[in-house]
Design a protein around this ligand. Structure first.
Ligand code: CP
Ligand code: NVA
Length: 303
């Protein structure tokens, strides 16, 4: 094989590979964790943005597989004093077996991958969040069966989660309906890619139209990490108010439709408490599945 097995984005991997990772994640969940296939291996995790789930699920995941994790943050490492991502990649590659990075920009992720001689995993960028989607597809399938040919509706900001849902829709072959306000739609190049791949992606400003008879309803925060300093936060709220997932919107989906959210959530903004804490919400299983999904990803990267 040429070069390390990076897990950078779902569009860079083929459907068979992604299905294989998912199968391993499901197997890890079923097995419970007596095996130690990653004994002696170490994962470095770089966090330029906050994290609860990604950090704990990767650290716990590699521990349960027999390995160890080391966390680096810019403020307490030389990254914060201007050491380049490329040099950091070269150095970390001499110490650890894989690097996970949550970063402010896609460019840094790609720079890390270019200069690392070990696998690099995307733990979220401003553009995408592929690890989350592995857990999300796994969660949907646990509750609703195969996702192929099903309908997933997104209501909200066309952010890094929406874009990874676009990648997932193409790779796992389901219909994705994105209801976003015009100025906050997903990037055009992402939609062009999906169209060229034959993806079934519909973008509409109408939340009701997107959700009608859907098998899952998904949303995410109105203000993502990195958007905070944006003076337009209030404007975002105004644009997104009509996209809140509430009981009325959920009632338009299939009766057995599930509600999903990557978390953290803001009750009363993108979703009401009655929906996220209600019987159709699978958000806690979704959060748990981050742990199992990370194991599938680590096992694939370090195979
Ligand atoms: N969903 C998710 O990535 O959560 P964290 O930001 O807590 O890692
Ligand atoms: N869109 C959110 C996802 C958090 C997991 C953000 O980037 O802040």
């Amino acid at each position: 094989m040429s070069g390390p097995r990076h897990f950078l984005d779902l569009d860079r991997l083929d459907a068979g590979t992604l299905r294989g990772i998912l199968d391993r994640s499901v197997a890890c969940k079923r097995a419970g964790g007596a095996a130690r296939p990653l004994a002696g291996k170490a994962l470095a995790m770089i966090f330029e943005k906050p994290s609860t789930r990604t950090r704990v699920s990767f650290e716990r995941g590699i521990q349960q597989l027999g390995g160890a994790a080391i966390v680096l943050e810019p403020a307490s490492s030389q990254l914060g004093r201007g050491e380049t991502v490329a040099d950091t990649a070269r150095v970390l590659s001499r110490y650890v077996d894989a690097i996970m990075i949550r970063t402010t920009s896609e460019e840094k992720l790609l720079e890390m991958a270019e200069h690392a001689s070990v696998p690099v995993i995307n733990g979220l960028t401003d553009r995408t969040h592929p690890c989350q989607l592995m857990a999300d597809v796994m969660t949907f399938e646990e509750h609703r069966g195969p996702i192929r040919d099903r309908v997933v509706a997104w209501s909200g900001d066309g952010n890094n989660m929406a874009t990874s849902w676009i990648h997932a829709a193409v790779r796992f072959d389901f219909e994705l309906r994105l209801a976003c306000p015009g100025p906050l739609g997903p990037p055009k190049e992402m939609l062009d890619w999906a169209a060229a791949e034959g993806g079934r992606i519909v973008v509409t400003p109408e939340a009701e139209a997107a959700v009608a008879d859907a098998d899952a309803v998904v949303t995410d925060v109105w203000v993502s990490m990195g958007d905070e300093e944006d003076a337009g936060a209030r404007a975002r709220h105004n644009l997104l108010r009509g996209y809140q997932v509430d009981d009325r919107l959920m009632s338009l989906a299939k009766p057995e439709a599930v509600f999903m959210h990557c978390l953290p959530a803001h009750r009363g903004e993108e979703v009401t408490a009655s929906v996220i804490d209600g019987p159709r919400s699978v958000v806690w299983d979704e959060a748990e599945n981050r742990l199992h999904a990370q194991k599938g990803i680590l096992l694939w990267c370090l195979a």
